[in-house]
Design a protein around this ligand. Structure first.
Ligand SMILES: Cc1cc2nc3c(=O)[nH]c(=O)nc-3n(C[C@H](O)[C@H](O)[C@H](O)COP(=O)(O)OP(=O)(O)OC[C@H]3O[C@@H](n4cnc5c(N)ncnc54)[C@H](O)[C@@H]3O)c2cc1C
Length: 392
């Protein structure tokens, strides 16, 4: 990993979770965010995607291989390093950029890495890590979102190939990804938990097309698409892992996805608090800065406490994950709590910006729109609460 800056030992000493190496990574990602994302990302919001050269630079800096083995170009760090990456990208104030990178690193390519065989990994992982191959994961369908088992996309084995038919929706990186990890059933009538398999589908495969490019409320610099598979023939060796193991793989990989989304949400929330603190300390009303109003000061103080609590929840879940412990309850708490909290923070931060916060030119306006999906995607709050309820 290309880490140039010096860590702050005082920061590492204040946390049981983060080492100096994590703090070096944090400094490096933060520098990239300040220099390359914040000054440049407004046009990407207009364009609807993050330029490929930016993703290549992130790959070049090692951000896409944090957890992956050195043999493919990775840095072999742990789940807490991913938390650092997600939190710092979340702090960029451009969550669409953050999610473009994080879907690639922690939601899509993990399917290839966790279930792929040596040949598949040798072929694709170096490109995944250096940013020349961008990945997407296609699970959701028009009639199957929270209820993953309801998917209808089918993969029929024909000789040395599988033929895919069906459609997917809301797929992040769907427009521009080079490689898509696609969930499909081998048998629509069989038990869903043993019928789903994951397949690698390359961009440009005949029968695989991008349907509509979707126009969104937020995350506007992240491309999102419908994907269509019509007699899409892929080589049998593009099966990831074993037939029928896909549902288990999806549920397993969701755990990492939810830790990452929680960390990203807390980064977004912290950035909103930081810029609102700056604003209320300079904006005057009734002869004094807004900060002098106890009602505002105390609301921001309480939100700061809640965000710190959310961060600790994320770190604890990530730490359990590094120890190989089943942390489904804690991870579901992370997703439910952080997904709701980031929206609470954005609501109040926009409120304290007054009319300025309602204007499209303000960062808080964009951040409020971006945050909304944190309570929906990757496990809606209500679904997460059911997972917690089963375990308490
Ligand atoms: C911007 C964006 C990007 C996305 N990226 C991807 C991607 O890259 N790949 C991918 O596969 N998917 C992706 N998704 C899909 C996302 O994970 C789903 O939208 C999510 O799982 C919810 O599914 P749904 O939209 O079908 O809502 P539904 O399942 O129809 O649920 C609608 C609402 O009903 C409620 N609900 C659902 N189930 C329950 C329950 N059991 N109890 C109580 N209430 C319930 C919740 O409030 C939920 O939000 C993305 C979605 C968005 C919006």
């Amino acid at each position: 990993m290309n880490i140039a800056s010096k860590p702050d030992p005082a920061v590492a000493a204040r946390s049981p979770y983060f080492t100096e190496e994590h703090e070096m990574l944090r400094a490096q990602v933060r520098r990239f965010v300040e220099r390359e994302i914040k000054p440049n990302a407004a046009p990407w919001e207009e364009a609807g995607f993050v330029p490929r050269e930016v993703l290549r630079r992130m790959g070049g800096l090692g951000f896409f291989g944090i957890r992956y083995p050195a043999q493919y170009g990775g840095a072999e760090m742990d789940t807490l390093a991913t938390v650092v990456l997600a939190e710092e990208l979340g702090r960029s104030t451009f969550a669409g950029v953050a999610i473009t990178a994080l879907v690639h690193t922690d939601m899509a390519s993990v399917h290839l890495f966790n279930a792929g065989n040596d040949a598949q990994k040798s072929r694709w992982m170096p490109g995944v890590i250096d940013g020349s191959v961008i990945t997407a994961v296609a699970i959701t369908e028009p009639d199957a979102g929270s209820d993953v088992k309801g998917m209808r996309t089918i993969a029929r084995r024909k000789g040395d190939a599988y033929v895919l038919d069906g459609s997917k929706t809301y797929i992040t990186n769907g427009v521009h990804a080079d490689l898509c990890c696609v969930a499909a059933k081998l048998d629509l009538a069989g038990p869903p938990s043993r019928s789903v398999s994951m397949f690698l589908v390359e961009r440009g495969t005949p029968g695989f097309t991008v349907g509509r490019v979707l126009d969104k409320h937020g995350w506007r610099s992240s491309d999102t698409a419908e994907l269509v598979f019509k007699e899409c023939r892929i080589p049998a060796q593009n099966l990831l892992g074993h037939e029928g193991h896909g549902f288990h793989a999806i549920m397993h990989n969701f755990q990492n996805e939810r830790i990452v989304l929680g960390a990203m949400a807390m980064g977004e929330a912290q950035a909103a608090l930081d810029l609102t603190l700056d604003y209320v300390k300079t904006r005057k009303a009734f002869g004094a800065p807004l900060w002098d109003k106890q009602a505002i000061r105390q609301r921001l103080a309480m939100l700061s406490a809640k965000v710190e609590a959310g961060r600790q929840l994320v770190c604890n879940a990530a730490w359990l994950d590094t120890r190989g412990v089943d942390a489904t309850k804690e991870v579901s708490m992370v997703k439910a709590y952080c997904g709701e909290l980031v929206n609470e923070v954005m609501y109040d931060c926009l409120q304290f910006h007054g009319g300025a916060g309602y204007m499209r030119e303000s960062a808080i306006e964009r951040m409020t729109r971006d945050a909304r999906v944190q309570a929906i995607g990757g496990g809606a709050t209500e679904v997460m609460l059911e997972e917690i309820a089963k375990r308490i």
